[in-house]
Design a protein around this ligand. Structure first.
Ligand code: SF4
Ligand code: ZN
Length: 324
């Protein structure tokens, strides 16, 4: 016996566990777009005539983000979507993801902007990782995450964006909240979730329109609409501590549907509480680039300094007997 859509009575193809909705394909698409629209409105993420840079990686999350944003924004002729991909330089991975991103942008009639670590920082991520200090190696994701943030902001400034949309889903966000708590850095939850109204000068505000969609929602939407995306994991992903937390939270969500939403709400409460205490919340700014940081120099500038000092010592080479 077929299962019936809770909205329209057609055959259901998907069960959204945390709301207990059974959905046919059309209602899956419609409720997904509605959830994202509601998230945008509730958090005042967009304004009239916005130029919206949509950061897309070629993966499923950002494919869904761009498709849904395109469906919503086509009703607002003054707004503009500019898809942007950052090519970190991960051999055999990013190249394929890039072609999926190109295909998606093309299908939607949008021009994809591409910027690379190599052009922006003179080094691809693979080179940064291969030359890292073996005695105290930083994970590839530490370089990648920090430098990609910097690259997106630089590109968004150059593209005269009003706002940058990223494809973080509910699972990603719950993992991030947990990771920050486990590292004893609860304040970072506030720093990464600033509302658009309190954006810092020189930094294009960031929004996360699909944050109320679970990873299962994203997969179901992408699958039923046959969106082009690249689904092979990054070769460096095994290094990430996020993986352990993902497994743990998946198990919790399976046993107790709604766990991810509850963590999301806890993250929002922490951010709200921090915003009420601006003195504690506001940190200093980086002496080199002006971005908000708890120290004199931000993480991106520290990493870039470290990378360029490596390059310098490579160029000078080791002192050998006989050299002057
Ligand atoms: Fe970058 Fe890590 Fe993501 Fe790979 S898994 S793309 S290295 S952040
Ligand atoms: Zn800096």
């Amino acid at each position: 016996m077929s299962v019936i859509c809770s909205k329209c009575g057609q055959d259901a193809v998907y069960l959204r566990r945390y709301t207990s909705e059974r959905l046919c394909k059309a209602c899956l698409v419609q409720t997904t777009v509605d959830r994202v629209r509601k998230t945008i409105n509730r958090n005042k993420m967009l304004e009239a005539n916005d130029r919206i840079v949509v950061a897309i990686s070629g993966g499923k999350d950002s494919a869904v983000l761009l498709d849904v944003m395109h469906r919503i924004e086509r009703n607002y002729p003054g707004s503009e979507l500019v898809p942007l991909t950052i090519d970190e330089g991960i051999k055999g991975y990013r190249d394929e993801a890039l072609s999926a991103a190109r295909k998606l942008a093309e299908t939607l009639g949008l021009k994809l902007e591409v910027r690379s670590f190599h052009d922006m920082f003179d080094m691809a991520l693979d080179d940064i990782v291969n030359t890292r200090d073996e005695s105290k190696p930083l994970g590839a994701c530490s370089y990648c995450g920090v430098l990609r943030r910097r690259a997106i902001n630089t590109a968004a400034l150059e593209l005269r964006a009003d706002v940058v949309a990223t494809g973080h889903n509910m699972d990603d966000e719950a993992q991030t909240v947990m990771m920050n708590i486990m590292r004893g850095d609860g304040r970072r939850i506030g720093r990464t979730n600033k509302p658009r109204s309190s954006a810092i000068q020189g930094f294009i505000p960031r929004i996360k329109p699909i944050i109320e969609l679970s990873e299962r929602d994203v997969v179901a939407y992408a699958h039923h609409l046959n969106l082009p995306y690249h689904d092979i994991p990054c070769p460096y992903a095994v290094e990430a501590c996020r993986n352990d937390i993902r497994l743990f939270l998946n198990e919790m969500e399976h046993k107790r549907p709604g766990t991810l939403t509850a963590i999301l709400r806890s993250g929002e409460s922490i951010s709200d509480a921090l915003l009420q205490e601006p003195k504690k919340y506001v940190t200093s700014t980086c002496l080199q680039c002006g971005s908000p940081t708890a120290a004199d120099t931000c993480k991106a500038c520290k990493l870039l300094d470290e990378i360029s000092s490596r390059e310098l010592s490579d160029k000078n080479g080791p002192k050998t007997r006989g050299s002057t």
